[in-house]
Design a protein. Sequence first.
Length: 328
Amino acid sequence: MRSFALSMAGAAALALFAAAAPAQAQDKFTYMTNWYAQAEHGGFYQAVAQGIYKKHGLDVTIKMGGPQVNITQMMAAGQADCIMGSSDIQMMQVREGGVPVVNVAAFFQKDPQVLIAHDDVKKFEDLKGKTLLIGAQANRGYWPWLKAKFGFTDEQTRPYTFNIQPFVADKNTAQQGYLTSEPYAIQKAGVKSTVLMFSDHGFPAYATTVSCMEKTVKDRSKQVEAFVKASAEGWKSYLADPAPANALIKKDNPNMTDDQLAYSVAKLKEMGMVTGGDAAKLGIGVITDARSKASYDFLVSAKLLDPAKVELAKTYTTEFVKDAKVLP
């Protein structure tokens, strides 16, 4: 009887503990961004700030990338579950390099890469004969596309040093930039400029991807699915009221200003970066077969990807975005 009483007491204690425990344990999940915290990462920070990830059963840590951080290498070493690809094109090339990366969502339906010219330039064609300040990485991305599309030449280019002063000083130059960043700095410098977006002229790349190792997609599929859905909800919330995420962004990146954040959010909305294109009908973060094929075909045609080494179907999956359907 004593033994029975003790077992009953133990059962009662366990029942009480179970009642007090949370209904669902939070699965730890780490997402690594491609740069210092900024508005372009806002939806992910919003999902942390507003408890959206927790609602979906995740305890998410956002780690900042930066200019000296190889986020793909860190993911391959197990220090992140998924990373933010600058574009789906970039991640396809990473796969050719031997890292089995899969794009599972794309939160920017347009690539934010731009050329910024002085205000005498009205269209891409006006840049023929002008000096173009281009970073070396562009040769593996948009530069071959620009050359084929508009007839630009390598002889026009000079190295871009991530400093706007050469552009400001010379009216015969144009420089690369990011829609939400460099145009703001140039505006602050008092220079009138024209911003030309590649995506408005058919450049196919997605940006701000969620890219994961094949093993993660297979072994943590429920967590990846929850992360994609919650991140989409985070982006919808951020565009409605960015204040909660912006507080976290400034905490991670104290150099970020309220003015820069406001400018970037306004541009994201104005250009439909998150909510435009296919996302308007299929949901925020959507990837489509047609767009992924267009990115792949561009890389192959520009000889930036060997189709014998990389199979299109293995570079992405729509299994997580097709059912999320978080409409703007």
